[in-house]
Write a protein that binds this ligand. Structure first.
Ligand code: EPZ
Length: 422
């Protein structure tokens, strides 16, 4: 397993191009299952999760051509050969469960493995199940697999979600496009990735209103056509690289960055003393003083502060002036980066869903271990300003969600290199 070594102390200066959103692409790709015409996705991110989704769709009989070194994905599903998503693939990536809704809508059946827990939580699928049952699906759990059928097809219905689950909203939205009649999803997730999926489905002929609000209305149609769609900018990669100059010093211009994708996050950076300038190419970020100020953070569904930026924010707050309290309200176990930051000298107390961070002057480099995608990048960020070397192990987590992080940070002056496993 590769490692990444960061040598702290180098201020940054330069531009980082922000890629297409992983969490948009992982919902857009299964949309191909809804139609027998080609779906072309541009601005696709080059990540291992995209490769995993590609393998899953191919195992169902879809064709996925990876063009322009992965920036363009040409998908088509005119002849599906299977409706089963195996545990071997689903356990690697929970987003595999996003084939459930489209398969049910297109074929009337699906057998999808439960993803099982992961480092950040149990991650059940009860909201997905009750939503699809509201549309007329019959879903049974047998030997770790969801066996779903929709005899006579799905029927539009009112679908109240007990929690604004991103994945459940996406599965329901995709299924409803081909259901007979009208579906109203209440308490829908409002993330930009949901909006991006709705825009793409509309290009394919779906009739959708209200995406981005808590109520999405879908008029079912008989069939969907093809489309070409550019994947929306990745707001989590954006937020991650906005924090790099705040921690390391200097400045970074995030190319393609849009402030509307990160408003709640940007408000917290502003309160911490960070300058964010909207340029004609994106967002230019630097620290106003010589040290960020402590701020409190609560993670919430969009438009609140994103849980996927909580670990990165903690890395910044570890050396801020003062004490910050971070409350994680989305996942039950998403502070595993805290003990690793403590190995670097951070002063953090974790009690249940709260982490209290007492800023210290400087962290010290150390060998640390990544436990999930966002925890791993928070350790890289912490290493940018730490004294000495920080070696982040198990970087396969990193490669799931960040394109060539060592290249992007190295290009703006960070001392960072990937050490290939022996
Ligand atoms: C999406 O996961 C993202 N993944 C996650 O990003 C992100 O952290 C999460 O949304 C929240 O924003 C993708 O889009 C591929 P949820 P998802 O359903 O859809 C509970 C990353 O780092 N829940 O909104 O799985 C669940 O356990 C990843 O890129 C149920 O209880 O998230 C969690 O506590 C990590 N029952 C909360 O809701 C359900 O049926 C939010 O989950 C579904 C979810």
């Amino acid at each position: 397993m590769d490692s990444i070594v960061v040598t702290g102390g180098a201020p940054l200066a330069g531009q980082i191009a922000i890629a297409g959103a992983k969490n948009a692409a992982l919902a857009l790709m299964p949309a191909t299952l809804l139609s027998d015409e080609p779906l072309t996705l541009t601005n696709a991110p080059r990540l291992s999760d995209i490769k995993t989704m590609t393998q899953l769709l191919q195992s169902l009989g879809a064709e996925v051509a990876v063009l322009q070194e992965g920036k363009v994905l040409a998908l088509s599903s005119d002849a599906l050969t299977s409706t089963r998503a195996d545990y071997e693939i689903v356990r690697k990536m929970r987003a595999s469960n996003l084939v459930l809704g489209p398969l049910l809508a297109r074929t009337g059946q699906a057998v999808v493995s439960l993803p099982g827990g992961c480092a950040i939580g149990a991650r059940p699928m009860d909201i997905h199940i009750s939503a699809l049952e509201a549309l007329g699906a019959e879903i049974e759990l047998k030997d770790g697999y969801l066996h779903a059928v929709a005899p006579g097809g799905l029927k539009g219905a009112r679908v109240p979600l007990r929690f604004a689950s991103v994945g459940a909203t996406e599965n329901t939205l995709m299924a409803a496009t081909l259901a007979k009649g009208t579906t109203v999803i209440e308490n829908a997730a409002r993330e930009p990735e949901i909006v991006d999926l709705a825009v793409c489905l509309r290009k394919m002929g779906a009739r959708i209103e209200g995406e981005g609000t808590a109520t999405i209305t879908i008029e079912g149609v008989d069939r969907l056509g093809g489309a070409t769609h550019a994947v929306v900018t990745d707001r989590i990669e954006l937020g991650t690289y906005m924090l790099a100059p705040v921690i390391a010093g200097g400045w970074v211009e995030c190319l393609g960055g849009r402030i509307d994708l990160v408003l709640a996050f940007a408000e917290k950076l502003d309160a911490a003393g960070v300058a964010i300038e909207e340029t004609d190419k994106g967002l230019k970020v630097s620290l106003k003083g010589d040290r960020p100020r402590a701020v409190d953070v609560v993670t919430e569904p969009f438009p609140g502060f994103p849980t996927d930026l909580q670990a990165q924010m903690m890395a910044m707050l570890a050396t801020a002036e003062g004490t910050s309290v971070l409350e994680e309200r989305i996942f039950e176990n998403r502070f595993m980066h805290a003990p690793e930051l403590m190995r670097m000298g951070a002063h953090i107390e974790v009690q249940g869903g709260h982490a209290t961070v007492h800023g210290v002057d400087r962290l010290k480099g150390a060998p640390v271990m990544a436990t999930d995608l966002r925890a791993s990048v928070s350790l890289i960020l912490a290493g940018l300003a730490a004294e000495g070397d920080t070696m982040v192990n198990r970087v396969y987590h990193l490669d799931r969600g960040y394109e060539h992080v060592e290249d992007k940070l190295g290009a703006v002056g960070a001392r960072i290199e990937r050490v290939k496993a022996q």
